[in-house]
Design a protein around this ligand. Sequence first.
Ligand SMILES: [Ca+2]
Ligand SMILES: [Ca+2]
Length: 505
Amino acid sequence: MKKTCKRIGAILMIIFLLLPIMPTAFAAEGETYVVTAERTPMRADAADDATVIGEVYKGTVVQVTQTRLGYGYVYRKSVSVGGWIKLADLKKTDADYAEDNIVGIEISLPDKLTYIVGEESFDKTGMVVCAVYANNDRIEITGYTLYLPVFDSVGAKTVTVHYKSFTSGRSFTSSFTVSVEKVPVKQLYAEGNAQTQFVEGQSISLAGLAVRVQYLDGRTDRIFTWDEMQNNPDFTFTVDGKPLDDTALSLGEHTVTVGYLYPEHTVSYTVTAVEKQPAQLQILQPPYNNTFYSDTRKPNLNGLVLSLIYTNGDTETVAGSACETVFDPDAAVPGENEIVVRYKGVETIIIMEMIEPTLVGIELADPGRTVYMQGAIFDGTNTVVNGIYNSGTKAELTNWEVYSFDTATCGEKTVELRYGEYSITYTIYVTMTGYLNGDADLDGKITAADARLILRNSVGLETLVGNALFAADRDGDGDIDAGDARLTLRASVGLEPVFVPNNNE
Ligand SMILES: [Ca+2]
Ligand SMILES: [Ca+2]
């Protein structure tokens, strides 16, 4: 049903049954008539038996451009259709419809008032613009200018019609609005390969999500990728009803909802956040010392700091001392060795180099013989020299050298042993007899045991023989008595010299 200009008491109503052939000679301005019959047919030719191509109602104002055989040719400019109407049904009304009598314009709205944004342009089908005359009659006009908005955004848009009278020079403007809308959506479907499994503490990602939009008008569905949707204001995203953000997911299920606004539709899917698990150990700081010694084979992990990384990216700083280490010292090899460090079931490997220890000194573990007979040669049978290493260990050295040793004369002498750059000295006693006075048990040392032996011998509880008997006479006066025992006891605690010469020395 076409909208038409309204007129008091009459409605213009032309129904076109056929497209007539339009005579070009009839384009000229005509004379103005008003239809007086209740309704009158419009024919394809000026004859009563000519094809009826429309109907015109009472009150309609028409321009007759030619008359023939009792018919007047009427051309309807707005639709470019012309036809013949019986002059008997018309009344000439020139005076009232001069351009000077136009007081306004009136628009009957077009059929289409809703448009799809970005797709459609204005369609004026059905729109009729009439000049309103002083006598309140309307006559359809076509010489107007349309000012059309751009349909590139959603909302109400104004269409403006401007008409300027050629004879009076007066201008008339009227306007109406049309609605620009998105293609209405029927249904949304979540598709694509968005991640649905997360770890607690992670923030959700919709990457990979695709939403298929099914339209109400039956057009082909459209797939929107996440990249297309994320900055498109037509879409909204919520997680458990709250706007999508970087919030850490709690353990359990969560609902992701994608909304579309034209009109409002949503589609949801479920994601799950599982418990975080230790995933990886990273070395933040290596041990202070990345070497260990081949003698001790005890790698020292002091200073080691690790980072335990969970499946959700959480990290935990872990001291090396809190970790379990897997290392077999017997399997260690010179050079690089792998030490497995384990924490909460996750392992990493520390490379440490096994090196030889360095000698930092020597010590005399046992001097061996310390009492020599005058002129005797060095006896190192029981001498033990240890090397001292930077690893903290000591080990017996074998190829040390005697640097200074002299038994040419009796007395207290210093022996010097050397090993490389290191040197140690100790005291020996050179005697005529080869033993020390007071050393009744002949072990080369003056101790309380000697004093006791001498005392027991002096009272007959012990019988010393040979060198022991001579050694027991500490003061060399020929008798073994409590005085020898006493002197020996004093010597054992440093109150008397260890070495006392005998009569021949
Ligand atoms: Ca002794
Ligand atoms: Ca004596």
